[in-house]
Design a protein. Structure first.
Length: 214
């Protein structure tokens, strides 16, 4: 009976070990998860540098680094998996150096956002910003009428710079896509043929609005 019991015990141990092994993610799944975590880490750093959070995403950064170190010791990589891993590590290393410099500049007050706020503060202290007359544009097809969209973009950038807002990440292609989508949505919702966009500056704040042009 003891021998039979030992046989059952050994089989149960083998089954348990197999179950644990089968439940572990494959290397491809781990690499995909690492890529997703790296993408999430970049987004969290972008949010931090845009002053939406007060603390850098150190927890996510530590998790990414732990996974990178653990996978570095794996000897079962195929050639394609090793290439994928090395590409992710190279991307992370590049991001890490950029983030390190940006964090250092921010802590020392040398980043663009801090300098813009300081410049804005000095401007407001020297002379209050008066209300600027409203600038308006009318657009029927934002997809095709690139010239009008460019004029809206230039006017908005000028207004933002006038009050000290950072516009480095405010690209025209992204703005064009946003305006086109907004124009289509308003035309459908309000049953209008054209959309009127208005830009104004009052008390140091930029206002950008869109409504039906009837």
């Amino acid at each position: 009976m003891a021998i039979r019991d030992n046989k059952f015990i050994r089989q149960a141990a083998v089954n348990a070990e197999r179950g644990i092994r089968d439940s572990q993610p494959t290397l491809d799944e781990q690499l995909s998860r690492l890529e997703e975590d790296l993408r999430r880490l970049k987004v969290e750093y972008d949010i931090y540098f845009n002053n939406a959070t007060k603390r850098p995403p150190y927890d996510t950064k530590s998790r990414v680094e732990s996974v990178i170190k653990r996978l570095a010791d794996d000897r079962t990589f195929t050639f394609a998996q090793r290439y994928h891993y090395n590409s992710l590590v190279a991307r992370y290393t590049s991001f890490r150096e950029l983030w390190r410099r940006n964090v250092q500049e921010r802590e020392e007050g040398r980043d663009a956002a801090t300098q813009a706020r300081n410049a804005r503060g000095m401007t407001l202290a020297a002379k209050p910003i008066a209300t600027v007359s409203q600038t308006t544009f009318t657009c029927a097809d934002a997809h095709a009428d690139t010239a009008t969209v460019r004029s809206i973009y230039d006017a908005l950038i000028t207004a933002k710079k006038a009050v000290g807002e950072v516009t480095d990440d405010f690209s025209f292609p992204r703005f064009h896509r946003m305006i086109a989508a907004q124009t289509d949505a308003l035309k459908t919702r309000l049953a209008c043929d054209r959309v009127r966009f208005s830009i104004s500056v009052a008390d140091g704040q930029v206002s950008f609005k869109a409504k039906a042009d009837k």
